[in-house]
Design a protein. Structure first.
Lengths: 226, 306
């Protein structure tokens, strides 16, 4: 489904973000990417959503070379991928409901679909009662759950979660991971980067370990080994 | 397509209301900018009118000797009217001249007594000539001098041609007005440009505060036009509201200075404002709309490029 073929990324000051990274991810997998800060985890995800370009190598989504997609077609491609970030990246001037609805509106979905799917997504992350709150009125865990609801509402093929629990307390972390697991069980591929040993050990799924831009381990039922 | 447009419009309105402070700041700055545009229009109109007034005052007067027969005067009038550069020739008979003179000097006893003692009308008839263009007066003056030169010295007709006497004053006034007009034009251009830049920067700053949101919108797969639309609509709304505010600010000012301009320039600025309101409204609100829309478009484009 996703294939990284000898991907390297060098920045202008000759710092290496990624070096000769090759791996593939099958549909319905739950893959965690672990590593120290600066190991290249976020760069890897940025390559996948075409926010950054590799210096050499290619990234494929199914048979599509991600970096050959014309600019005008990028929004359509990105709609296949739901993204969740450490800092939530919610639209501050929109309510939880509107944040989720926005992703559907941008996708050109009908008003009826929006009215049907947004409450479902909110229910999935257990936030039905906070639909009309603005992000500023929500806790960190709640914000992240809104972000997850937004990421899944368009039924994407993949969910990318970049340090989704980085800003959360242990309980909120547990809740978020449970939601991601549930989404994966429902058939969506999940790629998550994390620092959290407890999360990795609890998941017991595939773990890719990175160090200084390279993949140093790739275990199908990995533990946190840094 | 229609759904998209509807959503863009809704998002534009919601953004306008929810970002109250940013909207208020942008509207304030744009109001000042559009007020400058409106003020410039008024000043420009006043200068134009005063220049026109002065140009209308330029004329050549030919004074005939008191013995000149009317038929001869009418002959010269007909000749003058035949010239392509002449716009208008007005005849003032001896009687009319005397009437105007006495009316003007009725309180001056010495002069009135002098007139009575003379018994006869000492004033000659005259022709007042207006050219189509100020520059054509020299030609008309030359023509009249030719006429005077061709006269029979025994029966003089033309007493005096006053062009040269007026010319200097008129030239000087015209030069002053042109200079003032040019200066005010340059000042206005600078002011208007400064206003546009300030507006552009304010809107850019307003959008800068939402740059993270723009990147989020892109990440959830919103197309560029879907992101740009609401911001452009907000820019247009800033323009409309600021345009109306600028007009509301201008109204009491022209209302107050209207009578003064009437006195000084024989032109009532208030009547002009009311009479030509449609055009002024379109110019100011239209400038606001274009300014707001383009500023927003350019400001958002910066964050869509990545």
């Amino acid at each position: 489904m996703i294939y990284f073929d000898k991907v390297s990324k060098l920045y202008s000051n000759n710092s290496i973000a990624l070096e000769d990274v090759t791996f593939q991810i099958a549909p319905r997998e739950f893959v965690s990417i672990v590593g120290h800060s600066g190991a290249g985890k976020t760069t890897l995800l940025k390559m996948l959503i075409a926010e950054d370009r590799p210096s050499t190598g290619q990234v494929f989504f199914e048979s599509l070379d991600v970096h050959q997609i014309p600019k005008t077609k990028l929004p359509k491609y990105r709609r296949k991928i739901g993204t969740v970030f450490q800092d939530f990246k919610l639209l501050a001037h929109k309510t939880a409901y509107e944040n989720i609805a926005f992703a559907m509106e941008a996708n050109g979905r009908s008003d009826e679909e929006i009215q049907e799917n947004v409450p479902q997504a909110l229910a999935l992350v257990d936030l039905d009662d906070k639909a009309w709150n603005f992000p500023g009125e929500l806790s960190g865990g709640e914000k992240q759950r809104v972000a997850i609801a937004r990421a899944i509402v368009n039924q994407p093929d993949i969910i990318i979660a970049d340090e989704p629990t980085g800003n959360l307390d242990p309980i909120a972390t547990y809740e978020v991971v449970q939601i991601l697991k549930k989404i994966n069980d429902l058939g969506t591929t999940v790629i998550m980067t994390t620092h959290n040993k407890g999360v990795i050990d609890e998941l017991g799924r595939r773990v890719i370990t990175m160090d200084e831009g390279r993949i140093v381990r790739d275990d199908s039922e990995g533990k946190y080994m840094l | 397509m229609w759904t998209s447009l509807k959503r863009i419009i809704k998002a534009g309105f919601v953004g306008f209301w929810r970002n109250t402070f940013v909207s208020a700041a942008a509207i304030f700055v744009m109001t000042v900018a559009l007020f400058v545009v409106g003020g410039s229009m008024m000043v420009d109109k006043l200068l134009g009118v005063s220049l026109e007034n002065i140009q209308n005052k330029v004329d050549i007067n030919v004074y005939f000797v008191t013995s000149a027969p009317e038929t001869e005067i009418f002959r010269i009038q007909a000749l003058l009217e035949g010239l392509p550069e002449v716009a208008e020739v007005t005849y003032t008979s001896r009687e009319m001249a005397l009437e105007q003179f006495t009316k003007l000097r009725q309180n001056d006893e010495t002069i009135m007594r002098g007139l009575e003692e003379l018994g006869d009308n000492p004033l000659g008839a005259s022709l007042s000539i207006r050219a189509k263009e100020t520059s054509q007066y020299e030609g008309i003056d030359a023509f009249l001098r030719e006429q005077k030169a061709a006269e029979n010295p025994q029966e003089p007709l033309i007493d005096e041609i006053n062009f040269l006497r007026n010319k200097e004053v008129i030239d000087k006034l015209t030069a002053i007005i042109y200079a003032v007009e040019r200066f005010s034009f340059v000042t206005m251009i600078i002011l208007v440009l400064a206003s546009i830049l300030i507006t552009f920067n304010t809107i850019r700053l307003a959008i800068y505060t939402t740059r993270d949101e723009i990147s989020v919108m892109r990440l959830v797969g919103a197309s560029n036009s879907f992101i740009r639309g609401p911001f452009m609509l907000q820019g247009i709304m800033y323009g409309i509201v600021a345009g109306v505010f600028a007009l509301l600010l201008l109204y009491p000012i022209v209302l107050t200075v209207g009578p003064q301009t009437e006195q000084f320039f024989q032109f009532n600025l208030y009547s002009y404002f009311i009479g030509d309101f449609g055009r002024i409204f379109l110019t100011i609100v239209g400038s606001g709309i274009i300014l707001g829309m383009i500023s927003s478009m350019l400001a958002v484009a910066r964050y869509l490029r990545v």
